[in-house]
Design a protein around this ligand. Sequence first.
Ligand code: ATP
Ligand code: MG
Length: 441
Amino acid sequence: MIAAAMPAPSRPAALQAVKGMNDLLPPESARWEWFEAKVRALMQRYGYANIRTPIVEPTALFVRGLGEVTDIVEKEMYSFEDSMNGDKLTLRPEATAGIVRAAIEHNALYNGPLRVWSHVALFRHERPQKGRYRQFHQIDVEALGHAGPDVDAEQILMCRALLRDLGLAEGRDVRLEINCLGQADERLAHRAALIAHFERHAAVLDEDARRRLHTNPLRILDTKNPALQAMVEAAPRLIDFLGAASLAHFDGVRAVLDAAGLPYRVNPRLVRGLDYYNLTVFEWITDHLGSQGTVCGGGRYDTLVEQLGGKPAPAVGWGMGIERMMLLLDATKIAAEGPAPDVYAVVPGPDALAAAMNTCEALRAAGLSVQMHAAGAAGWGSVKSQFKRADASGARHALIFGADELARGEVAVKPLRDAGAAQRNLPLAAVADWAASLRNA
Ligand code: ATP
Ligand code: MG
C-alpha cells in the first residue's frame, strides 16, 4: 500500500559519448572484425610482428618527435597534467613516436631490424566531420633499421595487397601518390627559395599561411584553401633541390613499384603533416570521400630514432585510417562476410535448459558457432518469436529443444537458409557427428 503511494523514482538523465568519439556497435563492429582479420593475416604474410604501446605518453615525446610547429602539436593534442604528480601527459595523437620510444627503451634493435604493426586508437582535437573524428583508429606499420628503398616499396606493396584483400581496386577506388622529401639540407635550400616565393606573393597568403611563412613554410603547400592553389602550384619544387643520393633512393622505390606493375603519380606537392619525414613519402587517396580522401599515409623517418634519444637507425612506416576505410567500403558497396552463427538454439522454457545448454556446449566444442536463446526481462518468449530471432541471426540451422523431442532423447533440426530442406529429428548423442558433417560440408 505504502509503496503504491510513493512517486516513481525518476530515471537519471542518459549520458552521451564525448563529441567526435564514436561507439562501435553490432552489426558495424562485425565489419571491423572482418577488416582486422584481413590485416592480421596480411602482417603474418609480410613478417610484421604485433606491438602494443600505451595510449598515454609523456607530452614531451610528441613535442620532440613531431615538431613544435605541426598542426598536431600546436592545436590538436589532448594534453593534461596527472593530478597525482603533475606529470605532463598526452593521449597519443599518432602511433610512430610511442613505438620508437618503446623500441629505444627496450633496446629492441639490438639484434637487428624490427618490423612491427599495431592497431591503435588515436586522439586529435579536430573539428569532427565525416571521416574526421577526435578519437579515431589506425593500422600502423613500422620497419626500424632498414635504410634501403626496398623496404619503402615493400610497405607500399603491402598496402596494395591489403586493399586487394578487401576487394578494393587500385586505380579505380584508390590511387597512389608518392614524393621524395630529400634530406634536411636539401629541404633547407628549398625552404629558403620557398619563403622568397611566398614573400613575393604575400598579398594572397591567408592567416594560416602567414603564420607558417617563417616557421613551417612547407606546410603551406598542403593548404586546403582554393585561393592559394595557383600560387602554390607555381612555388619552387623540392625535387629540383634534391642531390644524387636522394634521387637514387627515389628511383630505387620507383623501380620496384614499376616492376610490380603498380601505377602511381609522383606528386611534387605531397608533404606529410609531421616534421619527421624524409626521402620517400606516399599516400593512398580515394575520390569517394571528398576532402577526407587520404585513407593511408606514410613515409621514411630516418632521423626520429636519434631525435628521441636512440642510437641512429633509419625507419619507414605507414598509418591507415580505419574509419575512412570503412567509409570507403560503404561508398564502394563492399560488404563484409558477416560472422553468422551456424546454429541458433530455440529453448521453449526453463525445463529444456539443461539439455539445451549441454548440447550447445558439445556443438561449440566441435567447432560450431552457436547462439543460444536466453530469457529476457519479460521471460523466454514464444517459440514463434524465438524463430524470428533465429532468422535475424543469420544462422544456418535452428535446433528446437521441444519437450516431446527431449523425452525421446532427440532434438529437432530446422534448416533456415535452404528452402527445400525439411525439419528432422537428431538423437542428442549424435550432435557431435552432425557438427562434424556440417563443418566439412
Ligand atoms: P589529414 O590530412 O586528412 O588530416 P593526416 O595527414 O593528418 O590526414 P596522418 O597523421 O598521416 O593523417 O594519419 C594517417 C591516416 O589516419 C590518414 O590518412 C587518415 O586516413 C587517418 N586520419 C588522420 N586523422 C584522422 C581523424 N581525425 N579522423 C579519422 N581518421 C584520421
Ligand atoms: Mg590531419
